[in-house]
Design a protein around this ligand. Structure first.
Ligand SMILES: [Zn+2]
Length: 151
């Protein structure tokens, strides 16, 4: 009976996890496959979410070319943490274009730096609809970039 009860508990837990996931994310996508929904359930099931908003957010994020990890969309929506989306970084061409435009000057501290001492930064953050395009790239020195990310 012990084994049977244990199996029953696991089955009930599994049903709970699936019911929770289906209630929050009403539209199934292939990116939901392979995620550890048990872990997501354990971490986030006490929060309240809006499934209608999530349905439109999932569509918008899948279409966003700067989101490089579509399977991270779900934990991003549950946690609000952008790191799960692996937002596209600026490539070297975009960074060099910004570097030349700024004459190698960091716009935050006004100091001059070599190209490889600087880092590409979104002028308008991705979260405020800023795209990963040259026009939205500025080069910051490592110190200023760290300060900006921690702000
Ligand atoms: Zn600086």
């Amino acid at each position: 009976m012990q084994d049977y009860n244990q199996l029953l508990l696991i089955w009930l837990y599994f049903q709970t996890v699936v019911a929770w996931a289906k209630a929050i994310f009403t539209d199934y996508t292939k990116f939901m496959k392979g995620l550890d929904w048990g872990i997501l359930y354990n971490k986030y099931h006490n929060n309240t979410y809006d499934p209608v908003k999530f349905a439109s957010e999932v569509k918008r994020l899948i279409a966003d070319k700067d989101v490089t990890k579509n399977s991270g969309i779900y934990e991003y929506l549950l946690s609000g943490d952008e790191k799960f989306l692996q937002i596209r970084a600026f490539d070297d061409d975009q960074k060099m274009e910004a570097y030349v435009r700024q004459n190698g000057i960091c716009p935050k501290c006004g100091e001059h730096f070599e190209f490889d001492e600087m880092q590409g930064d979104h002028i308008t953050p991705w979260s405020k609809c800023g795209k990963t395009i040259s026009e939205n790239c500025q080069m910051l020195c490592a110190d200023c970039n760290r300060r900006k990310s921690n702000a």
